[in-house]
Design a protein around this ligand. Structure first.
Ligand code: DOR
Length: 441
């Protein structure tokens, strides 16, 4: 009688390891990577990965899946369906739902809403307000809570906090990673007349200008350094902020979005109108070039999607009544893979930005790497193929994508969660198998 050593072997693929890219079979037992070397035998199931490149599971560390309260835009099922189709094995979801997620009980409620319905692993942020410090402290021990989100400037929803005294108190007394939306609220308010008189989405970037982002980013970096607190600054959109962030590597990690790296003004507003409207805005090409330079220089730690769906009917209200935000969870990996295959970044760096670094930042100890003992979550792609983004393939309830029709190098073709194939060639292959993420798990 032969005893099978592995539940699954991924056979014949090229693996993106933490420090090298090379051929190996990967042996999986009980959802963990237990071996990788050539010609592994003794598996209950073999997955043929010939011609495929195996990345550690992509972790999208900024998505808005809108449940509870705004499920006409998206819910945990449709959002995670989109995630799995795009090769995303885990998502971290933002608290600007309705009501906003500002207590441990509300995080627990989200965990229960996602259980048995999510097609990728899931973690949730708790939102900071002027009055919930005790909840933010307690959230450290709240299963499924991965971080604190602070909106310094108002965006979708009511979460907003820019009082420096309260921010400092939060910095000093909490331990969870803190992710920051950095735009200066007072400047936004002062200049709201620009928005109110505007008639086209391209004016969004006049209202939410570079100074609005820069002022806020400088303030929060200074405050974090003073309070000796590391922070994570989300979706940086301007070259000017990058110059400042270079001086604060001891204080802040940095996120970029595919949107800011791929689309640019004015072209995107001329072509897409309100379907390019988001906060902070997509800026001119010289900003995009500065973001790519910062990425090459090692100033960028994480790529997230900021998947922020709004329905077409809501968008069609027209600027300035259209809400801000673009979908992206299904396209984050395909678009960034395309940039890698186009020579903009290496596969190793891509994998750090999409998997290893988010796992490290959010304390997901057994995710983000192809290494012994790590969870067998993988995102697989055929680098020789090509693909075309089409809105018909998008699983998000919002019904649009800024990349419709874009031709991409590479094709994302399989998503594996703890050794189980959950997406194959654009089709969900399994029941929802997402599990809650824990700090230190
Ligand atoms: O454009 C945006 N939309 N930026 C955000 O920060 C929030 C998001 C949303 O939730 O719609």
């Amino acid at each position: 009688m032969t005893t099978e050593k592995y539940d699954v072997v991924l056979q014949g693929g090229t693996c993106v390891f933490p420090h090298s890219v090379g051929q190996a079979d990967i042996g999986v037992a009980n959802g963990k990577i237990t071996s990788f070397r050539p010609n592994l035998q003794h598996a209950k199931k073999i997955i043929n990965c010939a011609k495929l490149t195996i990345f550690p599971g992509v972790i999208d560390s900024q998505v808005h899946f809108r449940e509870p309260g705004l499920t006409h835009k998206e819910d945990l099922e449709s959002g995670s369906h989109a995630a799995a189709l795009g090769g995303v094995t885990a998502f971290l979801e933002m608290p600007n739902t309705k009501p906003p997620t500002t207590t441990c009980a509300q995080v627990a409620e989200k965990v229960s809403l996602a259980s048995n319905r999510a097609f990728s692993h899931f973690g949730f942020f708790i939102g900071a307000t002027a009055h919930n410090l005790e909840e933010l402290i307690a959230a450290e021990n709240c299963p499924g809570c991965v971080g604190i989100k602070i909106f310094l400037g108002s965006s979708t929803g009511d979460l907003l906090l820019y009082d420096q005294k309260i921010l400092c108190e939060i910095f000093r007394r909490t331990k969870l990673p803190i992710a920051i939306h950095s735009e200066d609220e007072l400047r936004l308010k002062e200049r709201e007349y620009i928005r109110n008189q505007a008639t086209h989405a391209r004016q969004h970037l006049e209202w939410r200008d570079v100074e609005t982002a820069l002022r806020s980013t400088k303030m929060i970096l200074e405050l974090a350094r003073k309070c000796q607190r590391r922070i994570h600054v989300l979706h940086i959109s301007s070259g000017e902020e990058m110059e400042v962030l270079r001086q604060y590597r001891d204080t802040a990690t940095v996120e970029l979005l595919p949107q800011h790296l791929t689309l640019h003004a004015p072209e995107c507003y001329d072509r897409l109108g309100v379907y390019a409207q988001m906060n902070p805005p997509i800026r001119e090409r010289h900003h995009q070039e500065a973001l790519w330079r910062a990425l090459s220089d090692g100033i960028v730690d994480i790529i997230g999607s900021d998947h922020a769906p709004h329905t077409k009917a809501e968008k069609e209200r027209g600027y300035p009544h259209s809400p801000s935000g673009l979908p992206g969870v299904q396209t984050i990996f395909p678009i960034m893979l395309h940039h890698a295959l186009d020579g903009k970044l290496s596969l190793l760096r891509l994998s750090k930005l999409l998997s290893e670094n988010p796992a490290n930042l959010y304390g997901l100890n057994y995710k983000g790497k192809i290494a012994i003992g790590y969870d067998a979550d993988f995102s697989l792609a055929d680098l020789e193929s090509q693909s075309t983004v089409s809105v018909e393939q998008m699983a998000s309830s919002c019904g649009h994508t800024p990349y419709d029709g874009m031709k991409l190098k590479g094709k994302v073709c399989m998503t594996i969660l703890k050794g189980n194939v959950c997406m194959l060639d654009g089709v969900l292959a399994d029941k929802p198998r997402g599990e809650p993420l824990f700090q230190g798990s």
